[in-house]
Design a protein. Sequence first.
Length: 129
Amino acid sequence: MAKCFKIYRKIKRVCIGSLNKTIIIHTRSIANKLGQYIDFTETFSDPVTVSAMVETVSGITVFDEVNQEHVVSHNFYIRYIANFTSEKWIEYDGRYFNILNVDKLNEDNRFLKLMCEERGVKTIAANTL
């Protein structure tokens, strides 16, 4: 008879008490001027302040659909927000972060893990250089 072994998995957990930092989530959209060329100016609206757990990360590289390399610098853990996408920005401690990946922890709609890279400031002058 074959011997069975239990497979232990790492449980992803976040405690409510660990959400002790404040971040601001900005919704990003690209303006489209009617009858003219496409304007790639990003506008930000509907800032939402939420509590989060912040984790600094080193050594994780993520590739997007065109094999562009992105280095994950921070993970932000927040309470679940329905229809949350990576088309948002995070503002934390005066710095701005692109959201690379949104992971719903344990599929129980309680927490989200946001894998982010630091972007810098959001002014038009800084982003057009």
